[in-house]
Design a protein around this ligand. Structure first.
Ligand code: GLV
Ligand code: MN
Ligand code: MN
Length: 448
């Protein structure tokens, strides 16, 4: 998306009680742009695009910068046991449940500048907006930078939000290690967390009134439709699995072609099979990918003896994920028999499909309507920290357009005007949640 959507806003809307004049919006857009671009500088110089892997040197620099942005915005900053950075603005009611908003700043390898970062900066921007407008909230507002949202080198993802939701398996902290032998536990310690006390990062149901996350769409829908805001009603689930193919390691120059047990050739068939499963008409809206392939011993003159791959299968219906994995495993058995190789499949990670809370979603829609901003109700194919926060509170998400749908790549782009507009909808929704908390009974649960 490009262009300024200012003309779509009804300035001083009485209904919204959140007038955000166009002068302020231009200022906020510049503020957001400067912070997003500063974070983009904390990238591994050896990599193409933008690489700020969780727990890396660049991640540490990014975390320091965001803490500074939070302090400058008047937030009290602390780091919880999971390494989540939390910036707090107190509410008028000291013990009221918290309105939480945030996202992540870690990236995939050779990724973009906006995934996660847009949501973190917009969240701080929303707080600036609330403060500058003298709209102190009844409820405390916390901006959270969740630790390690992306799949990390330890083989885990959404570490911080799982910990906050109380669903992070503590055993993984010691068993998961990176290639240098560092445990996830030690990595969390390095960013100021304390894995031993990880339970302290967990929030009880009722501690949080609602969770809101702004994120770039990471797909082409909004950009194609020319609509600046997506209101998310559900997040697809995903299952990751490890495929291990074991054949026979042999000499490439002497082993006859008809007796080889080439693990990589079998793996290549498996990759094609998974793609076909993902395209099956009876499994609509399935996304099936193999994005990790490790070939051993990976030498030009050796027939590959072992291949390890990671599958990622997604759908908004868990039943379709299960059926797709089942169909894939049946095909793996056929490849194994035909090629005389051993193939195992183990599901390593699951994130269930979740619905966003209808009350929160309704308030985001109301905020868009009151601002005169066109929006589109949609599901998210990408995973988010919001999936885990939905387990302990009412969660909602605001999407802003990704140019040509590009994401997880250096070309990822979102117009800063769209982020500023999204931040404004975020602020307006925080304000509505704060004002109308009684509708849901402050400590009650949403429909999650
Ligand atoms: C998160 O980036 C995902 O894998 O969807
Ligand atoms: Mn991502
Ligand atoms: Mn993300």
């Amino acid at each position: 998306m490009s262009g300024n959507h200012g003309e779509r806003i009804q300035a001083g809307s009485a209904q919204l009680r959140f007038p955000y004049d166009s002068h302020k919006r231009v200022e906020e857009r510049a503020w957001i742009e400067a912070r997003v671009m500063e974070l983009a500088e904390y990238t591994d110089p050896e990599s193409r695009g933008y690489t700020r892997l969780a727990f890396s040197k660049e991640d540490t620099l990014g975390r320091k910068a965001v803490s500074r942005f939070m302090k400058d915005a008047g937030l009290a900053v602390r780091v919880d046991a999971a390494g989540n950075i939390i910036g707090r603005m107190n509410g008028r009611q000291a013990d009221a449940p918290i309105i939480t908003t945030g996202s992540h700043i870690d990236t995939v390898r050779e990724g973009g500048r906006f995934d996660g970062v847009a949501g973190v900066i917009a969240a701080i921007g929303a707080v600036r907006c609330l403060r500058s407008r003298d709209f102190p909230t009844q409820h405390p507002v916390e901006v959270v930078v969740f630790t390690s949202e992306e799949p990390n080198e330890f083989g885990a993802s959404t570490v911080g939000s799982r910990a906050m939701a109380g669903t992070l398996d503590k055993r993984l902290l010691v068993t998961l290690k990176n290639k240098e032998g560092l445990s996830l536990d030690e990595a969390i310690q390095r960013v100021g967390g304390s894995a031993k006390g990880i339970n302290e990062a967990a929030r009880a149901r009722g501690d949080t009134l609602a969770y809101l996350e702004l994120h770039i769409e990471q797909g082409p829908t909004l950009d194609n439709m020319g609509i600046p805001v997506g209101v998310v009603n559900g997040i697809a689930g995903f299952a990751r699995g490890q495929v291990t193919v074991v054949g026979s390691t042999d000499h490439a120059g002497t082993t006859p072609m008809d007796v080889r047990k080439d693990a990589l050739v079998a793996a290549a068939e498996a990759i094609q099979v998974l793609e076909r499963v993902g395209r099956r008409k009876d499994l609509p809206n399935t996304f099936a990918t193999i994005g990790v392939v490790e070939n051993y011993p990976n030498a030009a003159n050796v027939v590959p003896g072992r291949v390890v791959m990671v599958t990622d299968v997604r759908n908004t219906e868990m039943e379709f994920i299960e059926r797709a994995e089942h169909a894939f495993q049946e095909e793996l058995r056929k490849i194994s028999t035909r090629r005389g190789v051993d193939i195992s499949f183990d599901r390593s990670n699951i994130s269930f499909p979740v619905n966003m809370d209808t009350w929160v979603t309704g308030l985001i829609e109301e905020s868009c309507q009151a601002c005169g901003v066109p929006y589109h109700l949609m599901t998210s194919g990408a995973g988010h920290d919001a999936s885990h926060m939905a387990g302990i509170t009412r969660a909602g998400m605001i999407f802003v357009p990704s140019r040509m749908g590009k994401s997880h790549c250096p070309e990822e782009w979102t117009d800063f005007g769209d982020i500023a507009l999204g931040a404004e909808i975020l602020a307006a929704t925080i304000f509505k949640i704060d004002e109308r908390a009684k509708e849901v009974g402050e400590h009650g649960q949403g429909n999650c």
